[in-house]
Design a protein around this ligand. Structure first.
Ligand code: ASP
Length: 342
């Protein structure tokens, strides 16, 4: 590339741009443009950086599918002007947003990298500068006329991950994220090492297709010893519920009591899509490996394989929003669409 890559920073909120409220001492969102001025290091990067901010930056605990639609609209509107996007986001729901964006941005061929920090950028011991600077560098990498990263990534504490494979694992450590079932795409040490073999290789001739319709008539149920019939029944019969992520034990196992299986069977018969996802932080659902998952397999529960809960719930919203036919729903869910499952 002869000209410098153009990167658009999209500031949605999060600790990275927060300041302490003098009266209460609580962290609250701040005008990011003013903060950017206090990072002169950005001028040393070999790219052109511009930024755009949510009108009202948010703590990511307030993130919802409407905000995801705003982010993809910004990417769509600026796609022809920029070579890559860095989305600044609170860490609390960053893995949900990264997963959602991966589904909403079909045929993505350039980097969309989410990052944030555990400490505000103005803090002396902040992790924000490294996260921000390296994310911009990764988004600017270019080889043989193409961007090196061509998918939705999440960069935090020296590692770039596939966004829809991540989960937040720590509320205290700078290393706040993990990708238990997929290796990092890049690592920052003395050198910036990119692991090309793990990076998505999308078909470049297809045009970016943006999906904004996410159907949030979904729920997550984590099973536990002692889960009662009335609780299960109430959840399965929520009015308007279309799909459920069932967080099961180990390799996708669940109780074999008759009442439990009958409740699930009836719900499936009445049209509810149920996905079996493990509540373990790593590994995969293997339906039928134990007797305790065999019944689930027979009743046609969707196999979530090694998907994260974050990717499962957003994939459900995406498929429901795309009006996938009930007949094809299970097959399509069980197919990896953006590298989110094996
Ligand atoms: N509560 C903050 C948020 O998710 C935490 C962070 O930014 O890391 O917006």
């Amino acid at each position: 590339m002869d000209k410098k890559p153009r990167i658009l920073l999209i500031y949605t909120g999060g600790t990275i741009g927060m300041v302490k409220d003098y009266e209460s001492g609580a962290l609250k969102a701040f005008d990011f443009n003013s903060l950017l001025l206090s990072i002169p290091e950005l001028n040393q990067l070999d790219c052109q950086i511009e930024s755009v901010s949510f009108d009202t930056p948010i703590d990511s605990s307030n993130m919802n599918p409407g905000h995801w639609a705003n982010i993809v609209e910004l990417i769509e509107a600026n796609d022809s002007m920029y070579d890559g996007f860095v989305v600044l986001h609170g860490s609390d729901t960053m893995s949900y947003t990264a997963s959602a964006l991966s589904f909403m941005l079909e045929n993505l061929t350039k980097p969309v990298i989410l990052t944030g920090s555990q400490l505000p950028i103005g803090d002396l011991r902040t992790d924000a500068k490294e996260n921000l600077i390296t994310s911009i560098q990764l988004a600017s990498l270019w080889k043989k006329g193409e961007p090196v990263i061509r998918e939705v990534g999440l960069y935090f504490e020296y590692k770039l991950y596939r966004g829809n494979r991540t989960t937040k694992i720590n509320a205290e450590h700078f290393q706040a994220f993990n990708s238990p079932n997929y290796p990092p795409l890049a690592e920052s040490g003395v050198h910036l090492k990119v692991y090309n073999e793990f990076i998505a290789k999308p078909k470049t001739f297809k045009k970016l297709k943006v999906h904004k319709n996410m159907d949030a008539n979904v729920a997550i149920l984590k099973i536990f010893p002692g889960l009662g019939k009335s609780v299960l029944n109430s959840i399965l019969n929520i009015r308007g519920l279309k799909a459920l992520v069932l967080e099961t034990y180990g390799a996708g196992n669940a109780p074999t009591q008759k009442w439990f299986l009958t409740e699930l069977k009836n719900a499936i018969a009445s049209g509810l899509h149920i996905v079996d996802v493990t509540q373990c932080s790593g590994g995969s659902v293997i339906m039928g490996q134990y007797e305790t998952s065999d019944a689930l397999k027979k009743m046609q529960i969707i196999n979530g394989k090694d998907i994260t809960t974050e990717a499962a719930i957003t994939k459900l919203m995406y498929l429901l929003g795309s009006k996938v036919s009930p007949k094809l729903f299970k097959t399509i869910f069980e197919t990896s669409l953006r590298g989110e499952m094996q």
